[in-house]
Design a protein around this ligand. Structure first.
Ligand SMILES: Cc1cc2nc3c(=O)[nH]c(=O)nc-3n(C[C@H](O)[C@H](O)[C@H](O)COP(=O)(O)OP(=O)(O)OC[C@H]3O[C@@H](n4cnc5c(N)ncnc54)[C@H](O)[C@@H]3O)c2cc1C
Length: 379
């Protein structure tokens, strides 16, 4: 039994946990505090490719594999090119992020990193398979069991996808432009599309993605990828250099109800995934900054995180897509082909004004939205 009492224990050194640790390392307030990091994994594998938009150059540029300023949206009727500037769309591979995070942790001197599978938390005790740890405050990235058990009470979809990093012998891509969504190839009447991230003239990540409630068999994703690459990218010879497969919960489940005096949930477990988009890497940046500021000011770490106005929009959105999954193409076409993509990014980043939100919601202009809007108030 480890008798040492740490000031902070962070369970999970993934996108959220590691960003929180990095924020703590750079704040003098935490220099004299003891921090324990617990993860069951070594965090070496390249298990995900994070992409996100943000304005201008930031600290992430140094870790980014590729950055785009131009994007496109495609459906059977049109191809819409958009200029993201001042935003840039950045790709950070997880192995670069984990390596960088671990190097910073080593340099810090006040952080202990232990590999252990955490089983439960009892007040301020974190019970691991190897031992029990005690901390004044605990940050937890494990998704609450109740989320899985109570899915049916909420609007929930799954963003699930499989992607291939492919390499061609001759130039086949424009590395200056990525494809946010291409709806020309769909799985039945679902919200499904292909996402293409060219990182050079001969390399790209091509991902077939669905926002629905039905996972596919592994070879079904493969079939769609093969078909897309052949038919729409016009490539018949390539090598698959890496595979990425995953799922992201998109739900209006109230994750915040699991915060307590001693425990704050972070990352997917804390509701940091924007339910309408599945993006959360940038939220982890934003929210861990807010948490560190709150701690320094003596407030509860989670104070002010996730405003109810945006939760309501997400709930409406999930309500519509759960009832009419076939509407996804039309909804996203209306969203991403607006002349001002920057206002959409601000909306998805929860940085838009109420007037901008109303504009975005009106632009979707579907009766199903107004119905879902009314249902939100009578729930
Ligand atoms: C393949 C994939 C690609 C994605 N791409 C994007 C993207 O492009 N952009 C974007 O914004 N979002 C993306 N996401 C969504 C989201 O950003 C990621 O899921 C993100 O990693 C979530 O951060 P997290 O810290 O909550 O979880 P994770 O990064 O999964 O970290 C959780 C950590 O907790 C540890 N852990 C879990 N349970 C225990 C336990 N019992 N004991 C000890 N340790 C434990 C895990 O080992 C892990 O290290 C993607 C997700 C996936 C799966």
């Amino acid at each position: 039994m480890d008798q040492k009492q740490y000031d902070y224990a962070i369970i999970g050194a993934g996108a959220a946990g590691l960003q929180l640790i990095l924020k703590m390392i750079h704040e003098p307030f935490f220099k004299e505090r003891t921090i324990l990091v617990l993860d069951r994994d070594d965090k070496r594998a390249n298990d995900r490719t994070w992409c996100f938009w943000e304005p201008g150059k930031t600290k992430w540029d140094g870790l980014a594999t590729h950055i785009w300023s131009q994007g496109k949206f495609i459906n059977n009727k049109e191809t819409v090119d958009f200029d993201l500037r001042p935003y840039r769309y950045k790709m950070v591979r997880s192995e670069s992020f984990y390596r960088f995070g671990k190097e910073e942790v080593q340099k810090a001197g006040n952080i202990t990193w232990i590999k252990d599978e955490i089983v439960s938390i009892e007040k301020q005790d974190v019970i691991g398979e190897k031992q029990t740890y005690r901390a004044t405050h605990i940050f937890d990235s494990r998704i609450p069991q109740e989320f899985h058990e109570k899915q049916d009470n909420y609007h929930s979809l799954i963003q699930h996808f499989k992607g291939w990093f492919i390499k061609t012998k001759s130039p086949a891509f424009d590395p200056g432009t990525f494809t946010m969504m291409d709806y020309r190839l769909k799985w039945k009447d679902s919200t499904s599309f292909t996402y293409v991230l060219p990182i050079s003239e001969t390399e790209a990540l091509v991902e077939f993605t669905l926002f629905n409630d039905q996972l596919l068999m592994t070879d079904e994703y493969d079939q769609y990828l093969r078909q897309y690459i052949y038919k729409y990218l016009d490539i018949d010879s390539y090598e698959i250099t890496e595979v990425e497969q995953g799922l992201i919960p998109m739900s209006d489940y109230p994750f915040h109800t699991h915060h307590s005096k001693f425990v704050t949930l972070i990352g997917t477990a804390g509701g940091w995934v924007r339910p309408s988009s599945g993006y959360s890497f940038k939220n982890a940046d934003r929210y861990s900054t807010m948490m560190v500021e709150n701690i320094i000011k003596g407030k509860r770490p989670e104070k002010g995180i996730g405003t109810s106005r945006f939760r309501m929009y997400d709930s409406i959105f999930l309500n519509v897509l759960s009832a009419r999954n076939d509407l996804g193409e039309d909804i996203f076409t209306r969203l991403y082909t607006k002349p001002d993509i920057q206002s959409v990014f601000r909306f998805l980043d929860e940085e838009s004004s109420l007037a901008e939100d109303i504009k975005v919601m009106f632009s979707l202009n579907k009766p199903q939205f107004w119905k879902a809007f009314l249902q939100t108030f009578v729930r």
